[in-house]
Design a binder for this molecule. Structure first.
Ligand code: M6R
Length: 606
């Protein structure tokens, strides 16, 4: 969380810092700030709220200086206000920080005893004073190494110094950080997205490393303070993906892009000529894998759950799933014959990365299903399966979810076939069925009018429920997450068969309940559960697939029918109305759809 930008140049930097901060707002938007160095002084501007407020509150054209750092914050320590906004500065050092300093209380006591005064409630301010303190007795590189050693927790840092007017120091432990190279200027950024408008030449810092950035030179150091060489990567340019085009919101654009997401995934992974799946070069023998553990957070966790149903249906593999923040702190029995799969859009989610790191440290087999291929998770897994859905900017994950479940489904088919658990005929039939998925999604997207009308009922309700069984259960969880995240309506996802064991007590007259009941092997059971909630007054929105067969149930409030396909692929189609329901609910309420309150796109703190 939080976004960092730093520029050392031969011309004024505030304009480019502002532009980069606007791009970084998806990482945090509680407050924003900039510090530049000009005529031997640190000039600092900070404001509560978005980058727009910073622009309104200060005359940024007059913020001079050829070097500067900027930050957008997602609050962890201290309320979101202008005092707690970054940068934080002492008389000679200014710092922007992403992450959490776990020993900040102890360090603060020590620094106060040394005469330092604190202005904010943040953990970041201890870094400022610690560097200031260490610079009293040590040269720059030693002072940096010493400071980093004293900090516990996670960080990405950008630091400027009053006495060194062309230098930015960057340092990383846990939170991602990249360096970019431009003509007569160099950059520091919390991700490549922040830097893309200025350069496509990037170097990523690894954990423990720090760097010294001047306008014509960048030096890298390892955690012992020894100079190291690092590779420069060239990023592909996909600027158009970062624009909304004719859409009102990125989320709307990303929902509509889903047929392309699926088409691209199929193109990347399916060999149509041979009706085969192009996943080769596994770094392990397939015969060495007997079980699978899938790990992720939020929507990515729902993708893991979805794939568990497919793995169990189509293979003999033992499958378990885990929420990354739980996995990393449990006593895990690591097993050599388990493949650990990490699912993440950003590839930077702190808990998912920590779980991967733990598996790597225990020499486990690791695989990443990620969207951002330059990300930490992608770089550190043994094997990577990219989602290829292009940048997802809206905080609510939509096309990345369909991208993740597509790649996981393809992996299920491949492993099932390699293990001879799926016959050649079924394998090829399922590959063939996949080809029609993009056009089915396209048709299922044409429901805006129906969903718009329905969404008001959800907005006016105290709470709502999303029910499904089998393949539809993970989708029910995802639908509920989307609604609460975007329209701040209480929404619970439940296995339809669980209702009688407690949650049925919540059903009262007029409560909106979404029932996912496609005509698969669970259909009849789900319809019975639906009747039970209708009998208790629920207003049921039934989402099913098209069929000639009549639905034998009375008093259904509304029905939406998606296209028809095989049972495995129905979850893709059922997802669409739920994404649109959340979108239109938030739109009606006038909420900030791409940046819902309290959330950030990339959760790089635990
Ligand atoms: O980048 P990741 O896929 O690792 O992110 C995981 C979750 O933070 C993310 O899916 C979150 O739940 C979304 N905002 C949901 O829409």
């Amino acid at each position: 969380m939080c976004g960092i930008i730093g520029i050392s140049s031969n011309k004024p930097v505030s304009g480019n810092i502002i532009n980069s901060l606007k791009k970084l707002e998806y990482r945090g938007y509680d407050s924003a700030g900039i510090a530049t160095l000009f005529e031997g002084e640190i000039k600092e501007v900070k404001s509560e709220g978005r980058v727009d407020s910073l622009e309104q509150n200060f005359d940024l054209k007059n913020l001079k200086g050829n070097i500067g750092i900027g930050h957008v914050r997602w609050a962890t320590h201290g309320v979101p206000n202008s005092v707690n906004a970054h940068p934080h500065s002492s008389h000679n050092v200014s710092v922007v920080h992403n992450g959490i300093i776990e020993n900040s209380t102890i360090l603060k006591k020590y620094l106060i005893s040394k005469g330092h005064n604190f202005k904010s409630q943040t953990d970041t301010e201890v870094i400022v004073h610690l560097i200031t303190e260490n610079l009293k007795t040590s040269e720059l590189e030693i002072a940096i190494t010493k400071t980093l050693e004293q900090l516990h927790g996670s960080f990405a840092l950008g630091i400027v110094f009053k006495e060194m007017p062309d230098l930015i120091v960057g340092a990383r432990r846990g939170s991602p950080l990249a360096v970019g190279y431009g003509p007569n200027e160099n950059y520091l950024g919390s991700d490549s997205y922040a830097l893309k408008a200025m350069t496509n030449k990037i170097t990523y810092l690894e954990d423990g490393e720090f760097c010294l950035i001047k306008k014509n030179q960048v030096l890298f150091f390892n955690e012992d303070g020894k100079k190291i060489n690092k590779k420069i990567l060239e990023l592909s340019s996909d600027e158009a993906n970062y624009e909304k085009g004719d859409f009102k919101h990125f989320m709307a654009k990303e929902i509509e892009e889903q047929p392309v997401t699926i088409k691209t995934g199929i193109k990347e992974y399916i060999d149509r000529t041979n009706s085969d799946i192009n996943i080769y070069n596994f770094p392990w023998k397939i015969s060495e894998i007997n079980s699978i553990t899938l790990i992720g957070c939020g929507t990515a966790y729902h993708s893991c759950l979805m794939s568990k149903y497919w793995f169990e249906e189509l293979t003999q593999l033992d499958v378990s799933i885990d929420i990354a923040s739980e996995f990393r702190y449990r006593k895990n029995r690591f097993k050599k014959d388990t493949l650990y799969i990490f699912v993440s859009q950003s590839g930077e989610t702190a808990d998912t990365y920590a779980a991967l790191d733990l598996c790597n440290k225990n020499n486990m087999k690791t695989c990443a299903v990620v969207n951002v291929i330059e990300s930490s998770i992608a770089r550190d897994a043994n094997f990577i399966l990219p989602i290829h859905c292009g940048p997802e900017i809206g905080v609510a994950s939509t096309k990345a979810f369909l991208g993740q479940i597509l790649i996981l489904y393809i992996l299920v088919l491949k492993l099932g076939s390699l293990r001879n658990e799926i016959t050649k005929e079924i394998y090829q039939e399922k590959i063939k069925d996949l080809q029609s998925l993009p056009s089915l999604i396209e048709k299922s997207l044409l429901i805006d009018n129906d969903i718009q009308a329905i969404s008001s009922t959800f907005n006016d309700a105290k709470g709502s429920m999303f029910l499904g069984r089998g393949f539809s259960y993970p989708i029910a969880l995802e639908g509920a997450l989307k609604l609460k995240e975007l329209s701040y309506v209480h929404a619970e996802g439940y296995p339809a068969g669980e209702m009688k064991h407690g949650p049925l007590a919540l059903i009262e007259d007029g409560m909106p309940v979404v029932v996912l009941a496609p005509r698969d092997s669970y259909y009849k059971k789900t319809i019975s559960n639906m009747q039970e909630v209708i009998a208790r007054g629920a207003k049921v929105l039934l989402i099913t697939n098209k069929s000639k067969d009549e639905i034998f149930s009375e008093n259904i409030w509304e029905t939406i029918e998606v296209e028809n396909t095989n049972d495995d692929l129905l979850p893709f189609l059922l997802t669409i109305p739920l994404q649109k329901l959340a979108y239109y609910s938030a739109l009606k309420k006038g909420y900030d759809i791409d940046k819902p309150r309290n959330l950030a796109k990339s959760v790089t703190v635990e």
